[in-house]
Design a protein around this ligand. Sequence first.
Ligand SMILES: C[S@@+](CC[C@H](N)C(=O)[O-])C[C@H]1O[C@@H](n2cnc3c(N)ncnc32)[C@H](O)[C@@H]1O
Length: 247
Amino acid sequence: MDFPVLLKTFHEGKMKEYFVMQKGKLHTDLGILDLEELETKSFGDRISSHLGIEFIVQKPRAPDFFAHAKRSGAPMMPKDIGTIISGTGLCSSDHVLDAGTGSGILAIYLGGIAEKVISYEQREDFIEIAKKNIALAGLSGVELRSGDIVEEIRNLDEKFDVITLDTLDAAHVIPYAPEVLYPGGFLAVYSPFFEQTKEARKAIEETGFAEVRTIETIEREISFTERGTRPSTARVGHTGFITLARY
Ligand SMILES: C[S@@+](CC[C@H](N)C(=O)[O-])C[C@H]1O[C@@H](n2cnc3c(N)ncnc32)[C@H](O)[C@@H]1O
C-alpha cells in the first residue's frame, strides 16, 4: 500500500483520524498502531491498536490534504474552491494557470480535475512544501514554477482555459490575462477584502472582460444533537470574495 493513508476510528461518539505518511509505529491516545501491517491491507480494511481499537484504512482525497497537509500560509477553503470549480465549469481537458501556489491546496483540487495545472509561487520555501504536498497527492499534471506571476505572465507562451489568482497583487496580473486565456476562458480571483476585490474588478473592467460577477460563499453546517437540529453555532465566518470574469 502506498503512503499517505488515512487511519480513522469512531470512538465514544467521536471521529479521530491520522494522516500517515510513512511506516513505523504510530502512537495515538487510543493505543499504538504497527504500520507494517498496512503492507497486507487494502483501502477499506481495518488495523487494530495494541489496545484493540480498530482503525479503518482510507485513501486520502483532496479534503484530507486541506485538513492535514503541511501548510505554508492560509490555504483556500474548500467552499471557495467549490465556487471556483462550479463557476468556471472546470473539466478534464482544461489547462489552468494558478498563482500563488501557497500550500498547494487549490492546485491539488484543480489538478484532480484538469489535464494540466501550472502554478507559480514566488517563495522558494513555500514551493518546497507545496511540491511535497502535490507529490503525496500523486498528481502528475501539476507543475510548480518559481517566480513572480506579475512578471512571469508576460513571458508565457502557453494558453489556458482557466486562470486562478490568489495573490494580493492580482490587479497587476489581470491586464495580461487575455494574452494567455483561450477565448471564452475564465479568470477567477480570490480576494479576502472588499478593497482588493474592488481593485481586481477595476482591473478586470479596464482589461475588457465581458462578464464579471463577485460572489461570497456562506457555508452553514447543520448540527444534529439530542436537543435538536439547527445550523451549527460554531461556523466558518468570512473567508474571501471570488470574482469570476470571462473573456
Ligand atoms: C494565500 S496563499 C495561496 C494559497 C493557495 N491558493 C492554497 O490553496 O494553498 C498566497 C500565496 O501567493 C504567493 N504570492 C503572492 N504574490 C505572488 C506573486 N506575485 N507571484 C507568485 N506568488 C505570489 C504568496 O507567497 C503565497 O504563498
